[in-house]
Design a protein around this ligand. Structure first.
Ligand code: ZN
Length: 133
């Protein structure tokens, strides 16, 4: 696993949160993108070398809607950059981690992604992401 690729934050209202994070970082999001399969709208901010992803649910059964219902707004996941996501999933499974989607998904920002179940990672939802070339 390489560096933290981004931190994902669940928000109720992407527009309103964009305003807050634009003030925080002193610049607007560099990208907004809807991932229909996941039921989310996202925006991405760069702050120095660090990337923050904001996620708003676009439907009631979206994982983000369920997360906010249970825990409220806040940090939703930490994403790590990986060089070979298939090999990394195999390695993590052999270490006892539960992979939520063995079928790789196309995530936002041109990435192949997989998630580890938080019950096996001390309550932290971990996203693995590999840049699509
Ligand atoms: Zn993410």
């Amino acid at each position: 696993m390489n560096k933290i690729e981004h931190i994902g934050i669940a928000v109720k209202d992407l527009k309103a949160s964009n305003v807050i994070f634009e003030k925080l970082f002193g610049q607007p999001p560099y990208k907004e993108e809807e991932v229909e399969s996941e039921g989310v709208k996202t925006s991405f901010f760069m702050n120095g070398p660090n990337k923050i992803e904001l996620l708003e649910a676009t439907k009631e059964d979206s994982p983000i809607a369920k997360f906010i219902e249970k825990k409220g707004e806040g940090i939703h996941h930490i994403a790590f950059d990986v060089t070979d996501i298939v090999a990394e999933i195999e390695r993590l499974k052999s270490e006892g981690f539960v992979v939520l989607n063995e079928q790789l998904k196309k995530g936002a920002d041109n990435k192949l992604v997989a998630f580890l179940h938080p019950k096996t990672t001390n309550g932290v939802l971990v996203e693995l992401c590999q840049e699509i070339n």
